[in-house]
Design a protein around this ligand. Structure first.
Ligand code: B12
Ligand code: SF4
Length: 562
């Protein structure tokens, strides 16, 4: 078995080549499901394959935003090799067994994060039994586990960036430009008990400009995995390259909105400003959802952000006392308020259980987080994850709890280390409280995003910039009847949680009515009661333990039947 580190990129290659080179048949698979249940392979009901419901809106009941995202890492690798390749996403164990017996693969690559290491072990075992002779490659964050080579039976374990590694392995040109796959960012979206229709162009395209982040926060696993502080891997260096990719996606997927999967997109100001120039020249009224740190956001005026089309922003708030450089000089509450006034939805992210937290001060810190009144709020436990500087430090200090299963090391359950002041069980109580408190005080996120949208619409509906005007009009007209109806149902359903917030929802609904055309004005009378009914039905289903799973997807490229 060999363990390879593929960062820094372009390091001299010690990777042996596959004898068949680009003729090798490759299968790239994510780990098997089902995911949202407790089982012996490390699935956990608390850890579903859903971004929002897992770590953001999980306390919001039937108002929780539920959707699935494909495994973009293996899609990116597939799009950048010329070998015949299949991607198998979200298989069951039976699907996986069937695929590797129905077809002969020379190479099977498994992509996984740390929590799913037992599934990787099982998949390696299955491959050895059902497809002996096949080379097994394991990549993704799971490879950062110390001693992983003793835990699983793989031939190669790849740390860091996978496209260049795989190209090298197959004897392809690893410096060739990256070809971006067409990725629809989310699927099977559900809210208020309804599955939203999937029309071409209705869902954003995911764009992956880079992996890693040079800020190097001590707990950050993505930063550490792609080289750590001062390093990251750029797939598209310039605004021009990015513009070209986005334009291609606009054509292929018929989208005008993009989910930019870059840990700190706004940090690279030259690239973003060049992208804006190109957008202006080509009159592109695009919408962008981005991740950015507060110090990076502060490099832009609100006008620049709005012109760029930033409509959703994921920002780490962590804790004002924590001293992270990305937060220095920022009043994050003021920044959040300002962004929302300009129609930019803010998703805050707060860490529970930092070193300075104690049972005496943590409630105040949670209140502070909640007082940001962000549209969405992610809460996560401070978690030393293998590969990060924090893990190294905790390990040296002898504070890691040795008997915690990797399947439970994901920041949404309990501490995996000895905290100076907070017990393991209390870590979960504080975390659960934070989610609940944010929901109770600020209402369903769907209400909050409606409010931000309306604020943006009012501010920019007469903007002199036609691109900006068009963007807000597009969002408002497409949705205002739906939002008003959802608000009608939310107002009633939320009354039992908090009457004051319910009144605020009602006031917002009235404002929507004022800004709406005749059809949208009438819609809540019909659609509102339907949504109230589906919401209640969903509450009952959830109370009975209903969970959701992503569909299995198989996609082949450069394929000729053997
Ligand atoms: C989208 C996403 C998800 C999606 C699911 C995606 C999926 N289909 O599996 C959702 C939202 C459901 C999700 C859920 C979870 N996620 Co998540 N997720 C991400 C996110 C935001 C993007 C992943 C991505 O596509 N990145 C871009 C691609 C290009 O990078 P990549 O996947 O790392 O792939 C590259 C390399 O790793 C490598 N590679 C990957 N696979 C393979 C395979 C082979 C064979 C090779 C050679 C190379 C290779 O090559 C790729 C190209 O360079 C990342 C954060 C991030 N910025 O990466 C977190 C992240 C991967 N998630 C993480 C976590 C912890 C979780 C959860 C546990 C939620 C939680 N409680 O936090 C759950 C787990 C759910 C479950 N039951 O398994 C952590 C992983 C931590 C770790 N060290 O293991 C990350 C890094 C976030 C973070 N910073 O903490 N997640
Ligand atoms: S700024 Fe965010 S993405 Fe960058 S290292 Fe810190 S936590 Fe990670």
């Amino acid at each position: 078995m060999q363990i390879h580190a593929s960062y820094p990129t372009n390091a001299p290659s010690a990777v042996e080549r596959h004898p068949k080179g680009t003729q090798a048949r490759i299968l790239l698979s994510s780990v098997f499901g089902p995911y949202a249940q407790d089982d012996e392979f490390g699935s956990r009901s608390i850890n579903p394959m859903e971004l929002y419901h897992n770590q953001v809106t999980r306390a919001q009941g039937s108002f929780s935003l539920r959707m699935f995202h494909r495994s973009w890492g293996i899609m990116l690798i597939q799009a950048n090799i010329t070998a015949p390749c299949a991607v198998l996403d979200f298989p069951t164990r039976d699907d996986f067994a069937h695929e590797i017996t129905a077809n002969h693969y020379d190479v099977i690559g498994i992509s996984s994060i740390i929590v799913n290491v037992v599934k990787v072990r099982e998949m390696c075992r299955m491959i050895r039994k059902l497809s002996p002779g096949t080379t097994i490659i394991v990549g993704g964050h799971v490879s950062a586990i110390p001693g992983i080579d003793k835990m699983i039976d793989a031939d190669h374990i790849v740390r860091g960036e996978g496209v260049s590694w795989m190209r090298r392995y197959l004897g392809e040109d690893e410096t060739a430009p990256i070809r971006h796959p067409a990725i629809v960012s989310g699927m099977r979206t559900r809210i208020m008990g309804i599955r939203l229709p999937e029309r071409k162009g209705a869902t954003a395209a995911t764009i992956i400009p880079s992996v890693g982040c040079p800020m190097g926060c001590n707990f950050c696993t993505t930063s550490a995995f792609f080289g750590g502080k001062g390093r990251f891997v750029n797939f598209f260096e310039t605004g021009d390259e990015l513009f070209d990719v986005m334009q291609r996606m606009e054509d292929e997927l018929k989208v005008q909105s993009f989910f930019i999967m870059d840990e700190n997109f706004l940090l690279h100001r030259d690239r973003a400003m060049r992208l804006l120039e190109r957008m202006k020249e080509a009159h592109k009224s695009w919408t962008m959802s981005v991740f950015a740190s507060a110090n990076a956001i502060r490099k832009y005026t609100m006008q620049e952000l709005v012109e760029l089309g930033v409509s959703w922003l994921w920002m780490g708030l962590e804790s004002p006392q924590a001293g992270y450089s990305k937060l220095q000089g920022s009043d994050t509450r003021e920044l959040t308020r300002e962004l929302r006034k300009h129609g930019i939805r803010v998703q805050g992210s707060t860490i529970i259980g930092l070193e300075h937290h104690t049972p005496d001060n943590i409630m105040a810190e949670i209140e502070h987080a909640v007082s940001h009144d962000t549209d969405f709020h992610q809460f996560m436990l401070y978690t030393p994850v293998p590969g990060t500087p924090l893990y190294q430090q905790m390990s040296e200090e002898g504070r890691l709890l040795r008997d915690v299963d990797y399947a439970d090391v994901h920041g949404q359950f309990k501490f995996n280390f000895k905290h100076a002041a907070i017990s393991r069980d209390d870590s979960k109580r504080f975390l659960d409280w934070a989610f609940w408190r944010d929901y109770e005080a600020n209402g369903p996120s769907l209400y909050r995003i409606s409010r931000t949208l309306l604020a943006g619409w009012k501010r920019y509906k007469d903007s002199p910039d036609a691109r900006v005007r068009e963007r807000f009009a597009r969002e408002m007209h497409k949705l205002n009847g739906i939002y008003s109806s959802a608000l009608w149902a939310m107002e009633r359903q939320f009354r039992k949680v908090d009457a004051k917030v319910s009144d605020e929802i009602r006031a917002l609904r009235k404002e929507f009515k004022h800004e709406s055309g005749i059809v949208s004005r009438l819609m809540p009378a019909v659609l509102g009661p339907v949504l109230l009914w589906t919401t209640k039905r969903e509450e009952r289903r959830l109370a009975r333990g209903k969970t959701y799973e992503p569909p299995t997807i198989l996609e082949r490229t450069n394929w000729a039947e053997a």
